[in-house]
Ligand binder design. Sequence first.
Ligand code: 1CP
Length: 341
Amino acid sequence: MLQNDLIIRTLRGEKTERTPVWMMRQAGRYLPEYMALRAKYGFFERCQTPELAAEITLQPVDIVGVDAAILFSDILVVPQAMGLEVELIESKGPNLPEPIKTTADLKRVRVPEVEETLGYVFDAIKLIKQQLNGRVPLIGFAGAPWTLLCYMVQGKGSKTFDEAKIFCYTQPELAHQLLQMITDTTIAYLKGQVKAGADVVQIFDSWGGLLSPADFENFSLKYIRQIVAALKDEVPTIIFAKGAWHSLESMAATGALGLGIDWCITPQLARQMAGNNITLQGNFDPAKLMSPIPVIQKEVKEMLKGFGPGLHIANLGHGILPNVPVDHARAFVDAVKAFTW
Ligand code: 1CP
């Protein structure tokens, strides 16, 4: 039914005509078409209105020609569904006015009925699938439990998430209770996304790299493993744990079909650690999209050669930056599509 299933076949380890490509955060502020809708509707209004979410999801497919659509939503809709207030402050980012710090605070969160609280996401997915009409697969997603805990405890974005880490190290029992609640919610949420039509799911552990290898296992991977196990027989899953390359071997053992990597590890070392049976996704430094187009073209070739043919989905090593010119994003995608072995 899918006309372009390059990403699915690559995840399954099948040979493909070329390397597929998409970009993390591809629906976003670098697109004037996105900015036009952003000027008219609030962030969560865009997420909660299936027609708007669908329009934004399809923009990069139409405008830059990526090989997959990714649902327009945010990882923070899960803490919201669990009962926390989440607001998005213009040019400042997420804010949770009443973060979790104590046992009493934990009583304010629950494992919700996802159809009731996140049904709007499932409705958006159904509409997106209709509008895509099989052109490319749709990637659903959720934040990893550790990354969501970071926001639920810290209450806002941070470079270090020190308060979230201190919470875990000083009140581990409470932290594990919260992580398990997030995990249970996420499993139901991702199963709902698959039921609505998501073809692949990606787990974003944007702050996984803030933890030591042992703490990553204890506070993050333990829970990601449960999520992957629950989804394994339904659709391919991709784990993107930014900065946690030390754990590629244990991530590969979860049963995920894809692992995202950032630009701080070479494709060769990532392959050595992850083994030969898993697809790697990445790892172009997003800031390099600001380079002149001929430089982008040259560096894309280097990247593709580094990964070698097969078992690779070309992507950025993290989300696209808001100031990237659209023709540079398109040049990145086109350079991947034009490459032949
Ligand atoms: O218009 C705006 O100003 C809002 C900016 C924006 C957008 C476009 C936010 C707020 N979220 C999103 C959409 C979004 N978020 C997507 C859409 C699909 C796509 O990729 O095109 C996805 C997958 C996310 C996931 C997300 N949200 C992550 C994980 C990925 C990553 O980039 O690390 C994280 C950490 C968030 C939290 C968040 N939401 C928004 C912002 C600005 C942030 C980051 C805040 C911080 O720095 O901590």
